[in-house]
Design a protein around this ligand. Structure first.
Ligand code: FPP
Length: 244
């Protein structure tokens, strides 16, 4: 039988945002400590970054550590940042060779010094790459980002550099840490939870959501492709009656 479906490339999301959830449960279901789940999760990051680039995705934003995650036990927080440093150190050349450009959003100044340093090194090394833009959301809170934008706008109005009447959506966009990124087309959240958890709240007004029960440490290239196929079937109307 001939498959009449259009090739996936017709509707590849430009920007995918992922909430990589379920590391802890994945580990605990195997009788392992939570950090084992994070370690396996970090391996999946390598695979998914490569697969997203190969599928033609332009931007991939990964929610790697939320502002709220600081409340976790200190050993887990340390383990997460140590995994991040290992990832950056081990992947820097591969990211560069694959044309990936790495950047970060969130309160980076709160991260351990070695983590900040490695982020700077990889960002600098990959700065002029034209392939996939990999955005790591670290110590990130969307409400904090919006608050910071509101304060910035208020200060500009007070200084007289911004006219209150000219404030529009574009003004708010320009004050957010995501100002250089397109809005996410597709949000993927793993492990069966169905919430946003303070991630890109303003930016996801018209994002398509894809929830899967698969825990992040099991989320493979094939799972990403399943999400992309699902997205390709969707009709996006952005509030109008016509597909756009
Ligand atoms: C959520 O699972 C996952 C995190 C809070 C951290 C995500 C981090 C990684 C995948 C590894 C390091 C990142 C990079 C970019 C190399 P959870 O611990 O909340 O799982 P649970 O809900 O089952 O407890």
């Amino acid at each position: 039988m001939i498959d009449m479906k259009p090739p996936l490339t017709h509707k590849v999301p430009q920007h995918i945002a992922i909430i990589m959830d379920g590391n802890g449960r994945w580990a605990q279901s195997r009788g392992e400590p939570r950090v084992h789940g994070h370690r396996s999760g970090a391996q999946r990051v390598r695979e998914v970054v490569e697969a997203a680039g190969q599928q033609g995705v332009k931007v991939l934003t990964l929610y790697a550590f939320s502002e709220e995650n600081w409340q976790r036990p200190i050993e887990e927080v340390h383990a997460l940042f140590s995994l991040l440093v290992s990832y950056l150190r081990e992947e820097i050349e591969r990211l560069h060779e694959n044309g990936v450009q790495l950047c970060s959003i969130g309160a980076i100044e709160k991260l351990p010094e070695d983590c900040q340093q490695w982020l700077r090194v990889v960002e600098e090394r990959t700065r002029s790459n034209q392939g996939l833009k990999l955005v790591l959301a670290l110590s990130y809170s969307s409400r904090t980002d919006i608050l910071r934008a509101v304060r910035g706008i208020a200060a500009a109005v007070k200084e007289g550099t911004l006219d209150e009447q000219s404030i529009g959506e574009a003004t708010i966009n320009s004050y957010l840490s995501t100002n250089l990124l397109p809005e996410p087309d597709l949000l993927i959240r793993t492990s069966g939870e169905q919430r946003l958890s303070n991630f890109l709240l303003w930016e996801m007004a018209y994002t398509e959501f894809y929830f899967t029960k698969v825990h992040w440490p099991d989320f493979s290239r094939a799972d990403l492709e399943a999400a992309l196929s699902d997205y390709a079937e969707r009709e996006r109307r952005f509030g109008s009656i016509h597909p756009q």
